[in-house]
Every structure is written in structure tokens, then in C-alpha cells.
Write a protein that binds this ligand. Sequence first.
Ligand code: ZN
Length: 79
Amino acid sequence: MVAKCANPECNREFRELSKGRLFLLPPVHAFPESMGKVVRMIDHCYWLCPDCSQKYTATRHGNKVVVAAAKPKTTAAVA
Ligand SMILES: [Zn+2]
């Protein structure tokens, strides 16, 4: 369940859905014990606050969700 910013160095409290950015990152492999259970997607929601969402992005690596610096947008050369 989302409660705080996914950035461990920030930890801003999640208050408004309209602010920041939500990432839905369900596990890649379903765990055997979860078979037959309803997958609660909300458990795999991660939120970045407005500040962090501009600098960081959340991605899943195996069983972990990692917050990493977003790649700067390369501005295409205007010919
Ligand atoms: Zn944050």
C-alpha cells in the first residue's frame, strides 16, 4: 500500500493522488503461494512525490523496486 514517497531519502507522505506520479510494478513472477488469490494491484503501487518524480523513476528489478535517477531527456538537435 502506498503511504510514502518511494524514494527512501525523501519519505514524503502520500496524500493526493493528483500529485506526483504513481508506478504500478507488480512482481514479474507470480509466487506459488499467491496462486488462486486475488492479486491486489494496490499492493504493487509505488508513488513518487512531485519533486522526486521529476528527478527519479521507479523500476522493478526482480523482487525489488528501485528508485533511480531518471535519464535526462536528450533534446534532439534542431536542424
Ligand atoms: Zn519524494
